[in-house]
Design a protein around this ligand. Structure first.
Ligand code: T4K
Length: 384
């Protein structure tokens, strides 16, 4: 990262409102972004295998140390492509405690999402729960690196080998994170990142599928562009999941700022830790044990008995003070439609998902949030 390319301070529209959001977008080097946009106009090349997307893909590969990164228009379509490119049919095991896109992408592809429970400590899919759900119909395990916490990749991949299953990781939260000394992007058959505006690294809307499998990368590249293998040559089923050039420009203008953004998030997290320390019944999830993470979510769990106020009451209190804290991912996919009404999910008990779903609050962080904002949020939580 170049010290001469400062991260642009976010111009929160304080005149309009003083609302704090969980997902206020990060903005990188705006001068560089504008130069790239000028180049896009000069070339009159807006989408379809353009030079800016190719440059972003190549930079992502270098950053992640992975062979292929296929840029896509969002992670939901990225997941759909991944499920399709791996020729999956039947059942896929997914955590219930995730953004609903993980399950929807499978259901949309005609697969049956089978919901596993998560671990109490880091909220990632529980290998033991996965094991109990594997049947003759199971074709894949889908792990979600929730909040940037890497799944238990060793156990998941051992289970997959034992039962001959594909492994896909929904890495929507985990760009810039590592599992020990290996960057997320290098695990399973492929990993799908989200570059949505609310993510630590964004391309307005977008995503990428990372893989070390040459053949899979080729299939994904064809499938994201209608199945074309060259001009006028359609070799199979495809869709339109291409990333436009202007989105890739946004990504390129953020790449030089990654370390700075991570550091900012880490600093914010430390401030939250300091301000919330000692509050009985409040647990702040930490990533201190991880070698590298993006710190993009500040997640607390509220134990109503000990804290004295319920999670939902606290959310109301925060919202009343213009702090748009979120109940991600309440109430768990198995309690959302269309899954809730499916016979297999009626009466399904996922104790950790349910306990966590009732307790979690995500707090504002990122480059739009400063020290005074964090103090303000923590004062509301403390009831001051
Ligand atoms: N897998 C996982 C595990 C995911 O978390 C996600 C997405 C996906 C897959 C699918 O990725 P994509 O297909 O989206 O690439 C938001 C995001 O839309 C979604 O991308 C994200 N996860 C999810 C966790 O959060 P909502 O429904 O919370 O969005 P919304 O509009 O309420 O925005 C969140 C907050 O951010 C609000 O307080 C407003 C603020 N915001 C939002 C936007 C778009 C801004 O300040 N500026 C903005 O431009 O889903």
């Amino acid at each position: 990262m170049s010290a001469t390319k400062p991260l642009h301070r976010i111009d929160r529209n304080v005149a309009q409102d003083d609302v704090l959001h969980v997902g206020a977008p990060n903005v990188g080097d705006r001068v560089y972004f504008n130069q790239l946009v000028d180049r896009i106009f000069q070339r009159r090349w807006f989408t379809n295998d353009g030079g800016v997307v190719k440059e972003l893909e190549s930079k992502l590969c270098s950053y992640l140390g992975v062979k292929h990164c296929v840029a896509v228009c969002n992670a939901t379509l990225g997941l759909q492509l991944a499920y399709r490119a791996l020729d999956l049919t039947g059942e896929v095991i997914v955590p219930s405690f995730t953004f609903v896109a993980t399950a929807h992408a499978a259901q949309w592809n005609g697969l049956t999402p089978v919901f596993a429970d998560v671990k109490r400590d880091d909220h990632t899919i529980c290998p033991h729960s996965i094991e109990t759900l594997i049947t003759e119909q199971t074709r894949a395990i889908v792990g979600v690196h929730l909040w940037g916490n890497p799944c238990d990749t060793r156990k998941i991949e051992a289970l997959a080998r034992k039962h001959d299953l594909a492994v896909i990781y929904d890495a929507a939260h985990a760009f810039g994170c590592a599992d020990q000394d290996r960057m997320i992007g290098n695990f399973g058959d492929c990993e799908v990142f989200s570059f949505h505006a609310t993510k630590f690294f964004n391309t307005f809307e977008g995503g990428a599928i990372a893989t070390n499998n040459d053949e899979l990368a080729e299939r994904l590249t064809r499938m994201k562009s209608f199945g074309f293998a060259g001009m006028d040559n359609v070799v199979g089923l495809g869709t339109n999941a291409k990333m436009p050039e202007v989105c890739a420009a946004m990504g390129l203008s953020l790449m030089p700022c990654l370390e700075q953004l991570m550091e900012r998030n880490r600093h914010n997290h430390q401030l939250y830790q300091a301000h919330l320390e000692g509050l009985d019944g409040l647990r702040l999830l930490t990533h201190d044990h991880l070698q590298q993470t993006n710190w993009q979510y500040v997640v607390i769990e509220i134990d109503q008995q000990r804290f004295g106020v319920s999670r939902d009451e606290l959310i109301e209190r925060l919202h009343a003070r213009q702090i748009r804290a979120r109940r991600y991912f309440y109430p768990g996919c198995h309690r959302m439609e269309p899954y809730r009404s499916m016979p297999r999910n009626q009466g399904l008990a996922l104790p950790n998902t349910e306990a966590i779903g009732d307790r979690v609050i995500c707090l504002p962080t990122g480059s739009a949030v400063d020290e005074a904002d964090i103090e303000r949020v923590c004062n509301v939580i403390r009831g001051d």
